[in-house]
Design a protein around this ligand. Structure first.
Ligand code: ZN
Length: 225
């Protein structure tokens, strides 16, 4: 793993919700052995608010791959386009993303939403490219039933380690940039509601009934944000 990816690394008792490396491994082994998909932790649980520990050899290669596969299945089952380890109770800087859902062309175009192949992100960090931003409704598997508008960078540069520990750099734009930013934020104790325009908050029923459109102009007018 690259040290440069973990500039804010700090000792066990101030990071990762106080869980040690051995504790993290125990949790993973127990999850893998249960034969069930782990429940998705909901907002209000402190693991979602604590900086997660960098992935740094706590797990064997086989355990790490099995954990990534478990997270992938959990994400599909939800269903969602991203899942961060804290969302299954693990204070570890690991997230999975994948967006291969079919959607109407009009929505895909407005939101710049194109297929994103499955990726496991270890110790990710992002930096905006330029000053362009995009504002759209988003939701979170850890805040079920709600959506709100979040302004995020239109393009960003993501630095992360792959499953073998190789340092990777990749640029993302459009909806994929939103997904990787949302998941990376999770690993630092941030939920989308922290960055949302709170006046835009809508439950799923209100959103479907009133504000479902490719953009956000109806909601912007009706909810006055
Ligand atoms: Zn989320």
């Amino acid at each position: 793993m690259s040290d440069s990816l973990s500039p804010d690394f700090s000792p066990a008792d101030s990071n990762g919700a106080g869980v040690s490396d051995a504790g993290i491994r125990d949790m993973v082994i127990s999850m893998l052995g249960s034969g069930e998909l782990p429940p998705i932790v909901q907002a209000g649980h402190p693991v979602l608010r604590s900086p997660a520990r960098p992935v740094a050899g706590q797990l064997s290669a086989g355990e790490l791959e099995a954990l990534i596969e478990l997270m992938r299945r959990t994400m599909h089952e939800a269903p969602g386009v991203g899942l961060a380890a804290p969302q299954i109770g693990l204070p570890l800087q690991l997230a999975v993303v994948e967006d291969l859902y079919e959607l109407p062309a009009e929505i895909g175009a407005a939101r710049e939403r194109s297929p994103l192949e499955f990726l496991a992100l270890l110790n990710p960090r992002y930096q905006a490219i330029g000053s362009g931003t995009a504002s759209f409704y988003e939701g979170c598997l850890s805040m079920r039933g709600w959506q709100a508008v979040v302004e995020r960078p239109s393009r960003l540069r993501l630095t992360y380690d792959d499953v073998t520990g190789l340092a990777c750099h990749r640029e993302f734009g459009g909806w994929a940039a939103r997904i990787v930013a949302h998941e990376t934020d999770h690993l630092h104790g941030t939920l989308y509601i922290d960055k949302a325009l709170t006046r835009s908050l809508a439950d799923d029923a209100q959103y479907s009934q009133r504000w479902a459109e490719p953009g956000i102009s109806l909601a912007r007018q009706g909810l006055r944000f």
